[in-house]
Design a protein. Sequence first.
Length: 388
Amino acid sequence: MNINAKTKDTIELEEGNDDVITEMPFSPNDISISIIPRTIGQIVDMLRYGEIQIPAYQRLPDLWNEKKKSRFIESLMLGLPIPLFYFDEGADKKWRVIDGLQRISTLQHFINLCDAGQLKGCENITKENQPLVLKDLEFKTEFNGETWTGLPRDIQRRIETNQVTINLIGKGTPEEVKYNIFSRINQGSETLRAQEIRTAIFQGYRIQFVEKLVSSRTEAGRSFLKATDNSVPTNRQEDLDFATRFLSFYLIDFEKYEPDMDSFLTVGTKSIPKNKSEQERILADFKKAMKISYQIFGTNTFRKITSDNQRNRINKSLFELFSVYFARLNAEELNKLLKQKESFKEEFVLKLQYLPSFWAGITTGTATKDSVQKRHRLFKEFLNTYTQ
């Protein structure tokens, strides 16, 4: 089953959001992009010395199969022009891959920079760190079955001297601007998802913290996996997207929400605190929310409950509400809720879930300002009747 199919099978699609207009504009003066010529050999050198980085949380770098990788190498042999690369320059002056990950990964795989410990993180790039063996070449068929070291030196030189153009997004460019730029350039055949773009932008402690919320290595993450019944795919960072949604509405009051949702989640990611004690408090609150959700709804947690007892897909808006408001409960409020958990569940299903305005807020156009505010206000009022 492909990744998209798996996501559709387990997560309810959010429909009616295609025309939601972003209300968070930025100044064109904030855009800083330099056009830099390089050769493949120079890119390989930068990879070798760690000057180009592929973060561990980046989109899986092996989406291309060996045939597609081989055809890319053949294009370099033929001196054919290849698409632009996009990089983000960090404060440390290192370049982070934004667009061109599959090509960069193919160069690592073929030239085998992982060999002899030349490059860290290679376990995320190649299978067993074996060099790419060329196959299914169209024009340079005499090199089928060859690796980099088996190529004649003149062919290696032709690959290394192939000219490429790089668009470098300058350090200091605001994250919201970067997100918009990445979204606009991300039109290739292997497009990044919104969360993958955020991951590329917010490398470091922010993404590391997001990962803790859903990782099986943490108590909070194990609680998330149990509450979601391991139904949220990890392949394209869908789990990180869920965690980011919680964090954004936990850290920023829903009254301050401005469309669109992806822009709001970008601001939310930027708001993640660096302070360790604050992070630990958030982790504890998230774990609490996951446990409460499961105690009340069991295997139907974050899913619409229907009269035919059919198990529906996970609904992101319900996850957003349960995770945020259960996380904010104090000990006294939590005790009151759990004493009435059966009544809470029954009344939620019979009264609130099917209330037309609430149903609309968790079903269609969920990213509009009106939908966000309606579902939050209604759920908050409903929860207060059980905790106050």
